[in-house]
Design a protein around this ligand. Structure first.
Ligand code: URA
Length: 247
């Protein structure tokens, strides 16, 4: 699924993410991820690998196949977000993906194009994925809510709850090895928690009955505002890759 990537390519992707990189003199003698940043090894030690089990709520009845689910979402009027959307933003990518990346809500660009993460956040997300050897098409990308909230406000709890059965059904269909929850809205809704992203990072949660591994990281929009956090996001991506690889 992930493509083979040279150190030079990864160096370029990390630079595109805005992360300063360098290589050890004998990189072939180390695992690839230790040739990149000084803090990865520290992150490996500090990040917990024990699962923290979180129970997801019972799903409401929704279509159980992709076509039916997509049609149901397109016609959805479960919450007031339906009133101002141009279209629903269902999700995109590989329906057999190991990685399910979950953001918050469609923004202006996504509302127009009907696909998640198409604007500046999406460009950074693409670079972040490439940095761990993944193309956008390798993963599945979805949001907590499928309609754009007016003025790009945070989705409300009731809106997230109304949309939750759709996301749950997507998760059931994809059966990803890992959910990568980006940002406060994604993490708090998926984990039914009010913890801060910074406090949830570095832990491997287990989502729902399937106990799907779930890792929390920063939202790309936050990383664009706070480039100094990109290094932590990079650590999260490496952590997620180790979890997927059972390392
Ligand atoms: N931010 C998100 O959380 N999701 C998108 O689809 C776009 C921006």
């Amino acid at each position: 699924m992930g493509q083979v990537q040279t150190d030079q390519q990864r160096h370029q992707y990390l630079q595109a993410m805005g992360i300063q990189t360098w290589s050890l003199r004998q990189p072939q003698s180390r695992p690839a991820d230790e040739t990149l940043t000084p803090t990865d090894a520290d992150a490996r030690q500090t990040m917990q690998t024990e699962s923290i089990v979180v129970q997801a709520n019972e799903p409401s009845v929704v279509a159980t196949d992709w076509a039916g689910l997509k049609a149901e979402v397109s016609a959805c009027s479960r919450c007031e977000l339906c009133q101002q959307r141009s279209q629903t933003v269902f999700g995109t990518g590989n329906r057999q993906a190991d990685w399910l990346v979950i953001g918050e809500a469609p923004g202006t660009e996504e509302d127009v194009q009907g696909e998640p993460f198409m604007g500046p956040s999406g460009k950074l997300l693409n670079q972040m994925l490439l940095a761990v050897g993944l193309k956008r098409e390798d993963v599945y990308i979805a949001n907590i809510v499928k309609c754009r909230p007016a003025n790009d406000r945070d989705p409300r709890a009731a809106e997230a709850a109304a949309c939750e059965p759709y996301l749950k059904q997507q998760i059931a269909l994809i059966q990803p090895k890992l959910i990568f929850a980006m940002g406060r809205i994604a993490a708090q809704n998926l984990l039914q928690s009010d913890q801060k992203v910074g406090d949830m990072r570095g832990q491997k949660f287990a989502y729902g009955d399937s106990k799907t591994a779930l890792i929390v990281s920063y939202h790309p929009a936050y990383l664009l505002r706070m480039p100094s956090a990109k290094r932590k996001a990079w650590q999260d991506l490496l952590f997620a890759r180790r979890v997927i690889n059972n390392e």
